[in-house]
Design a protein around this ligand. Structure first.
Ligand code: ZN
Length: 198
């Protein structure tokens, strides 16, 4: 039996979310139908607000509500160390380890010859510009521990090392082929602490 058109529309939208199958979509839709109007509308408002207020940090390309993200704007961060990650979603797991006190640079992906992603598709030029303008002594290449991430790290190391900047990579121990995003805090913290020069 087909659901009422407005319910079906909600189900279709929910099913497009990552990790949500038809069954969970149905549970969420019926939860929202049962919830009082104010609490359901809070969800709609939160989605609208995040899409309107959030943009990229002009310095590191993390998500930000102002010109700079919270990390770049903080006076407590060590500006001489930059941790390079693929996506903004890789930053919270690293922050949770509390091992890294520097700032970040978000590439916007990883090199992938198979998928036609080259250096010009990533924020590599922006990184090099920062390294030329800022007083950086260490770059931590925290790209994902899979083929694309390793290729990207090796490529960046070749570009950055001649600048006289120490280039490091989190130690092995991270699940190979996995995403930083899903690494557990303790493992990721240890890998960062034991980062090795490339
Ligand atoms: Zn930033």
């Amino acid at each position: 039996m087909q659901a009422a058109p407005s319910i079906q529309k909600l189900l279709d939208e929910l099913e497009r979310l990552p990790g949500v199958g038809p069954k969970s979509a149905q549970r969420m839709a019926y939860y929202l139908l049962n919830a009082d109007k104010a609490s359901a509308l809070r969800l709609a408002e939160a989605i609208t607000e995040v899409k309107e207020a959030v943009r990229f940090c002009s310095r590191c390309f993390n998500y930000a509500e102002g010109e700079l993200c919270e990390i770049c704007a903080s006076s407590k961060r060590d500006q001489s160390a930059i941790c390079v990650v693929e996506e903004p979603r890789d930053i919270p797991p690293i922050e949770r380890t509390a091992v890294f006190a520097g700032v970040y640079h978000v590439l916007g992906g990883a090199l992938s010859p198979m998928e036609g992603v080259g250096p010009d598709d990533l924020r590599v030029a922006e990184l090099l510009k920062r390294l030329a303008a800022e007083d950086v002594t260490e770059v931590v290449l925290a790209t994902n521990p899979n083929i694309e991430g390793e290729t990207t790290a090796a490529y960046l190391a070749r570009l950055i090392k001649p600048l006289g900047i120490t280039v490091t990579r989190p130690a092995s121990g991270l699940p190979v082929g996995g995403d930083l995003e899903f690494a557990d805090e303790v493992t990721l913290g240890r890998a960062l602490e034991a980062r090795r020069p490339l």
